[in-house]
Write a protein that binds this ligand. Sequence first.
Ligand code: SAM
Length: 473
Amino acid sequence: MRKIFPLSSHLPAALLDSLAGLPGYHRDTFERVHAAAEKITSLRLNPNKVTTPERTAAVLQALSPNGATAVPWSSTGYYLPERPSFTFDPYFHAGAYYVQEASSMFLEQAVRATVDLTQPLKVLDLCAAPGGKSTLLQSLISRESLLVANEVIKPRAALLADNIIKWGAANVVVSNNDPRDFSRLPGYFDLVVVDAPCSGSGLFRRDPELVEEWSPENVTLCSQRQQRIMADVLPSVKEGGVVIYSTCSFSAEEDEQILDWLADHFELESIPVPLEASWNIVTTVTGKRNCTGYRFYPDQLKGEGFFIAAFRKRSGEAPRKPKQHKSMVLSPKQQQVVSPWLNMPADYQYFLHQEEVLLLPPLLAAEIPLLQQQLYIRKAGVKAGHPGAKELIPDHQLAASTLISDEIPAVALDLKQALQYLRKEDPGISTRVRGWSLVTYGGMNLGWAKFLPNRMNNYYPKELRILKEITGL
Ligand code: SAM
């Protein structure tokens, strides 16, 4: 392998040389911004949970008393002037926001420009863990739409499922499949997002240790893998459907050259995304096939390196008719045990799966037999809990969801109590509430507790608890 000598910015010379001539690339400012190593912190609020201007102000104020500024291409994204401790922010655990790199939030613009978000859509996020793009997609699509968030690597799929649970929406399926498995769903999706695994040069400023893993050979391997992934997933896009491709690499082999390869091999038409000049995002048009992509350079905007492009599929297979499966629908009597826990009980279908009640919105309920047949599903809809003889034993997913009834008792905690609860300790709350209750912080649900005359049983999931010691309170 070729030896790479670090420059003052510690960037590989072979990378810098390979970028020469690419649209928007200026070697001197590019190197300088990497050498300066500024850390940028940004997050995206959860519009299903942070529903009022007052709550937005409360969440941002708790994170950043010195003010937060909007990410210009995002309707819910903010920059924070300093990086707070997210672990010790109960709003983080309540799913009020997702900490996401700002450039990636541009996916919102690509989606708004290419699909009709008022329609019920079937959306696939193929390379989804840990869930940045999936939580963004979920915030954009309608309640009647369905998002399949997929991750091929098993432990990463578990992390993805945790983040989706925290986000709280019912219209998401988390799957753990290889891209090639999606060819079993021909013409199925209206929108497929491929945030491809890549050589990662776009993240070198944020994570300088990634530089050690970079090599020209790895760029070539990544580009071959990107082609394989795209070829595998494209049959699942319906005719007229949209494909969005993105990487966090600056290399043309993984960006423009992939667009040309796609246009060469598939019936795809490049779709431009409108930009505002003040965003300083660089438009790139491929020499061979005239495809349009967008480059994000950290020396020109407040975000890390990113690349994104959108295509419409000109032709595709008609979706196959799914085989009907007999599902375990809950009896009306069992439903009566669950429905008082929900805000809009009639909006969901109730299924019994491994002795737990699952709540699925109508499109997901209709599609789940087919998805179950073709994919390995880790999570679908919202798990309401275990239907006991007299009462439901509620699941954490229900507490984290946006489905829960306002009538359910809730006990409000202060910051110290909330952190003790999240550490799975007993915060020593005195309350007249008895039985199952939500515990909340700033009006947002953290999880379940059961209040007995002399103590509180803490039902926060053990695997999610804060392990760090609380200091300074
Ligand atoms: N979209 C994610 C987000 O916004 O949080 C980040 C995705 S990351 C850029 C790429 C993902 O692709 C990783 O989770 C990685 O595990 C997955 N991946 C790795 N190899 C893959 C392959 N051969 N096919 C599909 N996905 C793969």
